[in-house]
Design a protein. Structure first.
Length: 374
């Protein structure tokens, strides 16, 4: 295979199946690649790649991939996905990791004074007559995890001691929403292909995803594309939640219905993702018909309603058939908080039905993690 072949990195059989799916849906030959996000027949500027549904930078997540244009997948990896990765990985990593990557570090003394601190580059050695190094050690092994330098000499500190460090980052909420919706959309694409992507519901998600790339969107402009999805990404707080229920692994998702299963309006479906030991859902629009405006309007209203009315049914896509359970799935919604880890620890032992907490912090979340100094 030639070095300049844009398809060299992907499986030819899977590519052929995607081309035939595009042809069968649109009755139009596909010569190159039916891009899931643009729905254009194109290899893009950088050819094709096996792009992860859930970014591989998560500490623990399913590594399943779908064929994508490398330019589009790479652009999301450079713009909006890093904030979501930082947000979720911070729940399972040592606080010193957060300190190391923070742009703003503060050292707090025993008397409550806050001093500027920094992590020097590996090749530099700040003068200790002006800066004081304070190592952060692992509590179990004693290993030095990081050595921030305080902008004060030992003489200036006097009898005051550094008792902890605090690192602050600003995470962009619309960026996180964009990353969540991309993951949810690609999971639906993997299951349904054009049968979801090229519908009113699918286009409601796909258009802002593609326009963000096409317009060269940034973190500062992400809100213009993804604010419509506020309320779509949630976390499940239940330690006994069935481990089999996983969209990527087993094709399970949640179907949202306004009314009865037989005659009601199917207006949404929620992907179930497992990342870093937590269970998340991402709710996308859906419908029984390709052009169901009533269902789409119901989805829009649903995201705005904190009570999340309607019945939820466990659903599985298996063998090209969708199986919807006739029994409603017990689930309650509660309002979430910015730091989902604190909320999770509080609720994990709650008895009764699974609890779904909305992850809707302020538009831009400034989070401060601290670690004790030795």
């Amino acid at each position: 295979m030639a070095e300049d072949d844009p398809t060299r990195a992907v499986d030819p059989n899977t590519l052929h199946r995607l081309r035939m799916d595009f042809f069968g849906w649109r009755n139009k030959p596909c010569k190159h690649f039916p891009c899931p996000i643009s729905l254009e027949d194109s290899y893009g500027a950088r050819g094709l790649m096996n792009g992860h549904i859930l970014n591989r930078a998560f500490d623990k997540a399913n590594g399943e991939t779908v064929i994508q244009r490398a330019d589009i997948d790479g652009y999301y990896g450079e713009t909006v996905e890093p904030d979501l990765i930082t947000y979720l990985n911070s729940a399972v990593r040592h606080p010193s990791d957060w300190i190391l990557s923070s742009k703003e570090i503060k050292a707090i003394t025993s008397s409550g004074i806050r001093l500027d601190a920094f992590i020097p580059s590996p090749k530099s050695k700040p003068p200790e007559d002006r800066f004081t190094p304070i190592p952060i050690n692992d509590e179990d092994t004693g290993k030095v995890l990081a050595t921030p330098y305080v902008r004060a000499s030992l003489a200036e500190l006097g009898t005051d001691s550094i008792i902890r460090f605090e690192g602050t980052k600003t995470l962009n909420q619309p960026s996180k929403l964009g990353a969540w919706m991309k993951a949810g959309y690609l999971a639906m694409w993997k299951m349904f292909g054009c049968r979801y992507a090229d519908t009113l519901a699918g286009n409601y998600v796909r258009y802002p995803l593609y326009n963000f790339f096409k317009d060269k969107g940034t973190k500062s402009t992400a809100e213009n594309y993804f604010r419509r999805f506020e309320g779509a990404a949630n976390i499940l707080f239940n330690k006994d939640f069935n481990p089999v229920i996983d969209t990527i692994e087993n094709g399970y998702f949640l179907t949202h219905i306004d009314g009865s299963l037989k005659n009601g309006i199917i207006f949404a479906m929620s992907c179930v993702f497992r990342i870093n030991g937590y269970v998340f859902t991402v709710t996308l629009p859906s419908s029984r018909d390709d052009l169901d405006f009533a269902a789409l309007c119901r989805y829009v209203d649903y995201l705005k309603d904190e009570k999340k009315p309607g019945s939820i049914h466990l659903t599985q896509f298996k063998g090209k058939v969708v199986h919807i359970s006739p029994t409603p799935f017990p689930m309650n919604y509660v309002k979430g908080e910015a730091e989902f880890v604190d909320r999770a620890n509080e609720i994990l032992n709650t008895a009764g039905a699974p609890i779904l907490a909305k992850m809707i912090p302020p538009r831009n979340l400034s989070s401060a993690h601290h670690v004790d100094a030795d």
